[in-house]
Design a protein. Structure first.
Length: 180
């Protein structure tokens, strides 16, 4: 099963995050329920391996980081293909990410090797952007809206399963872990 570890976003962050891109008429917006911070992308894993990871994560009691959003950026692997809200890499968030990735490696997984840049993907763009979408994105980036997302403490993280469909990815929480 395609899987990843994600920081769960409190509901109070979701609506303001979506308002950040409310005026953009390009790309495909990420649905409210799919907004998250990826801590570690695990790729395809067997049920047995996911169960091993769950057993390693379940006893953890890690500090809950404050979520401090600091603007919007356009990036992605290779050619930039997503618009995302950036989070400040506060020490508790960086430590959480490092620990869950360490646990994944401990049970034999090979998480994606990419430096951690905490963000919430808000809009995805296809490989070939139309001229209209490119113009809309350029206009949006020149004058992005100012939206305040409250500083709030995260409450948990999840082991997620991901299924790709024609309408986009569908996520299913396989396990949820509290933060203290």
């Amino acid at each position: 099963m395609r899987s990843f570890l994600s920081l769960d976003l409190p509901d109070a962050c979701r609506d303001p995050l979506l308002r950040m891109v409310g005026g953009l008429r390009a790309g495909r917006g990420v649905p409210w329920e799919n907004l998250h911070v990826t801590l570690s992308f695990l790729d395809d894993q067997s049920e047995e391996r996911l169960e091993e990871l769950h057993m390693a994560l379940e006893p953890l009691r890690l500090p809950a980081p404050e979520l401090r959003f600091g603007g919007i950026d356009w990036f992605g692997p290779g050619k930039a293909r997503m618009l995302a809200a950036l989070l400040e890499p506060v020490p508790e968030l960086v430590a959480l990410q490092a620990e869950v990735e360490r646990m994944a490696r401990r049970v034999g997984m090979q998480p994606e090797r990419r430096s951690f840049k905490p963000h919430v993907t808000l809009v995805r763009f296809g490989r070939h952007m139309s001229e209209g979408d490119a113009a809309a994105l350029q206009s949006f980036r020149a004058a992005p809206p100012v939206v305040n997302v409250p500083v709030i403490r995260a409450t948990g993280f999840s082991l997620q399963g991901s299924t790709l469909t024609e309408q986009g990815a569908r996520y299913e929480a396989l396990a949820v872990y509290p933060l203290v």
